[in-house]
Design a binder for this molecule. Structure first.
Ligand code: FES
Length: 116
C-alpha cells in the first residue's frame, strides 16, 4: 500500500515485522529500487541494497558479528544501524532509507529523491 501524508512524504508497505528474521538483512524490491532491511536486537534499519564499493547487490543474509552488513563480493562491512563503513574496501556509507513500523508493518519512504 502506498500513501502520501499531508506533507507529501510517500511511504510504501514492505513486509510485516514478523517476517524479518532478527540478525539478518533481507533484500526487497520497492518502487523499482533494491533495498535491504536489517533487523537487529536494537530495531530495524533500511538501506540502499547496493554496495557503495563496486555496486554489488546485497542478498538476504545473516548479519556478521557486532550487527554489521557484509558485502559478499569483496568483504566490505557496514554498521547495520547507521550504514557507516566499518571495514573496507568500501569508502562511502550505505545510503539510509527512512523506515517506520506501523501496526506491525514495516514501511519505507519511497520518494527517493528526497530521501537522504
Ligand atoms: S562490491 Fe561490495 S565490497 Fe566490493
Amino acid at each position: 500500500m502506498l500513501d502520501v501524508s499531508e506533507t507529501g512524504v510517500r511511504y510504501e508497505d514492505v513486509t510485516s515485522l514478523a517476517e524479518l528474521r532478527e540478525n539478518f538483512v533481507t533484500l526487497f524490491k520497492v518502487a523499482g529500487r533494491a533495498i535491504v532491511i536489517a533487523r537487529t536486537p536494537a530495531g530495524i534499519s533500511a538501506f540502499d541494497g547496493t554496495c557503495t564499493h563496486a555496486r554489488f547487490h546485497f542478498g538476504t543474509s545473516r548479519l556478521v558479528a557486532d550487527c554489521e552488513i557484509e558485502c559478499p563480493m569483496h568483504g566490505a562491512r557496514f554498521d547495520a544501524a547507521t550504514g557507516a563503513v566499518t571495514k573496507g574496501p568500501a569508502k562511502l556509507p550505505l545510503p539510509r532509507i527512512d523506515a517506520v513500523i506501523e501496526n506491525g508493518i514495516v514501511r519505507v519512504r519511497v520518494d527517493w529523491a528526497a530521501t537522504p
